[in-house]
Design a protein around this ligand. Structure first.
Ligand code: DOR
Length: 427
């Protein structure tokens, strides 16, 4: 493997509390030097002047739809979309067809991603067989096959006794539980229950569905010692609970997805089913609470909840369209917007996209860092670059994003995995 020299970039590495202009030398797939003015010796050179150089992004929550829904996305197109967004490490969700509730599918996903070679794919297995909430999967076997976490994402198990056992097993195996914390009984509708659902005369999903599920998860984590990660937090009550459990020393973490940082329920009036997502877009007050919690560290990281769906699936009324939006492509622009509006520092931007999720997933200190000797997974981005998210450059098979054909600010120019350039923006 050749050498690579990244010159003159503004290096931001929260893991070393480092920010400043430096060169990075990559040798044999690893970071071998970070210094000013490293003399070139014939290796490939990337000019990173006026760009940010950071540890590549890590996503604890994405839907690659493979197997079963490969008309929406597959491991190859999903990998391309991930590196387009600066991600080299991705946790895939088990709501595939068949469901990823057995070791054979975990291995299939891992091996296919390895063959594609663009990202490090870490499949999550299902907590229950068929994600039906009735019978637990074989946690140890799933972990042995390479499952990094377990989740029934898309839904949550509703049998508390079963879930308690799941948490006990997960604690024994030191396996992370990621939870789609939203009780189905209180979220039978299609958008946030509130002003807009009233206006449209459509059934809503009550915000308490999330808070009650998080209260349940927090207490179960407390009595079992399990590690639980709350997926796609949307409501301010959830933030309050997360803070409470953290203060009690419970092993709980939480993520927010980029679309919930950018949009509110009002956007349903403009975009309709395109912005239908579970849990739903909520109010401006919630959006502000999420931003504040992310800035302060109550919410730990970003999870893209990249959820591709075909146009003919999304192009249906609110009560029939599937929930979800593209996530990889808009993650950096969402965070750059918060940075430009003064809510977060550049260090926090990198932390929530890289170091923090790597720690939650147990991938740190291999990933989420630029420490010398670690694998050279690096992202190089321009904070100021304006671009239009057109179909031509979109690597996903699907286009379900309200940001399609819109101007975004903040663009990944290079994504590097293990010293190899796996994405290069050609403008
Ligand atoms: O909006 C969502 N879409 N939320 C989920 O939890 C599942 C996801 C999907 O699979 O499309």
């Amino acid at each position: 493997m050749g050498k690579l020299l990244i010159r003159g970039g503004y290096v931001v590495d929260p893991s070393q509390n480092f920010e400043g202009i430096a060169d990075i030398l990559v040798e044999d797939g690893k970071i071998s030097k970070i210094e000013r003015n490293i003399p070139p010796t014939g290796e490939e050179i990337i000019d990173a002047c006026s760009m940010v150089v950071a540890p590549a992004f890590v996503d604890p929550h994405a839907h690659l739809r493979d197997p079963g829904f490969t008309h929406k996305e597959d491991i190859e197109s999903g990998s391309r979309a991930a590196v387009f967004g600066g991600f080299t490490a991705v946790v895939s969700m088990p709501n595939t067809n068949p469901e990823t509730d057995n070791p054979a599918l975990i291995e299939y996903q891992r091996l296919k991603a390895e063959r594609v070679g663009l990202i490090r794919l870490y499949p999550a297995g299902a907590i229950t067989r068929g994600r039906e909430g009735k019978e637990l999967t074989e946690f140890g076997t799933l972990k042995g096959a390479g499952a990094i976490a377990l989740t029934d994402d898309g839904t949550t198990p509703t049998d508390e006794a079963l879930l308690r056992t799941a948490f006990e097993w997960a604690a024994d195996l030191d396996l992370l539980i990621e939870d789609h914390a939203e009780l189905p009984s209180l979220s039978a509708g299609h958008i946030n229950e509130g002003k807009i659902s009233d206006l449209l005369g459509i059934a809503g999903r009550n915000r308490s569905a999330e808070a009650i599920a998080v209260a349940r998860d927090g207490y179960l984590a407390q009595i079992t010692g399990a590690k639980v990660h709350v997926q796609h937090i949307t409501a301010k009550e959830t933030v309050e609970l997360l803070k409470l459990f953290k203060e009690k020393g419970v092993r709980i973490t939480g993520e927010v997805n980029p679309n919930h940082l950018l949009l509110t329920e009002e956007d349903v009036l403009k975009y309709g089913s395109l912005v239908k997502v579970n849990p739903p877009l909520r109010t401006e007050g919630d959006r502000k609470a999420l931003i504040e919690a992310l800035a302060e560290g109550v919410i730990d990281c970003i999870g893209t909840d990249h959820a591709p769906h075909a146009p003919w699936e999304k192009d249906k009324p609110l009560d029939q369209a599937p929930p979800g939006m593209l996530g990889f492509q808009v993650a950096l622009p969402a965070l750059v917007r918060l940075y430009n509006e003064g809510y977060i520092t550049l260090k926090r931007l990198v932390e929530v996209l890289s170091t923090s999720p790597a720690k939650i997933l147990g991938l740190y200190p291999e990933l989420g860092t630029l420490k010398v000797g670690t694998p050279a997974d690096i992202v190089i981005f321009d904070l100021k670059h304006e671009w239009i998210f057109t179909e031509d450059i979109n690597p996903s098979k699907s286009t379900n994003s309200p940001f399609l054909n819109q101007k975004l600010v903040g663009k990944v120019f290079y994504t590097i995995k293990g010293g190899e350039v796996v994405y290069r923006y050609r403008g």
